[in-house]
Design a binder for this molecule. Structure first.
Ligand code: FES
Length: 142
């Protein structure tokens, strides 16, 4: 069990309860990513939303290597859509599908996933999985 990861997930799910609005779907390129900053209960949360048409994934915009943002702005998102996202700082590469680091200084660690659902008005936080290992970042139009 990874206590840091569990604590991070607990604070994330507390800051971003199910149903929280993240952004409009059209703010995210049909194939690409978007940096979103939210403020909830005095806590600032930076997220990266990844999209391939109707499939949307979301991760905390925090590299597990040193805790820096992967990218501060959309134009700094280094993506290979459907394949990977790269950290701006030391260029660790994370798998698009599940956020696991496949190359770099934090290989084997992973981005913290945020479950999402696509609602009529945009992308919202989905149901947080009970199991901390079930990083489910699922996503699909409803
Ligand atoms: S902070 Fe992301 S790879 Fe070092």
């Amino acid at each position: 069990m990874n206590l840091d990861r569990d604590a991070l997930r607990a604070s994330l799910s507390s800051a971003l309860p199910e149903g929280s609005f993240i952004c409009r779907l059209d703010e995210v390129p049909a194939v690409g990513g978007h940096v979103v900053r939210l403020s909830s209960g005095g806590i600032e949360v930076s997220l990266v939303v990844l999209r391939q048409h109707e499939t949307v994934r979301c991760f905390l915009n925090r590299c597990p290597h040193l805790g820096s943002e992967l990218a501060r702005q959309d134009r700094h998102l280094y993506l290979e859509p459907g394949v990977s996202i790269e950290c701006n700082v030391h260029y660790a590469v994370f798998r698009w599908a599940d956020g696991v680091c496949v190359r770099g200084d934090c290989q084997g660690e992973s981005l913290a996933g945020v479950p999402v659902t696509v609602a009529a008005d945009g992308i919202r936080v989905g149901v947080w999985p009970r199991d901390a290992n079930d990083a489910g970042v699922l996503k699909r139009s409803q």
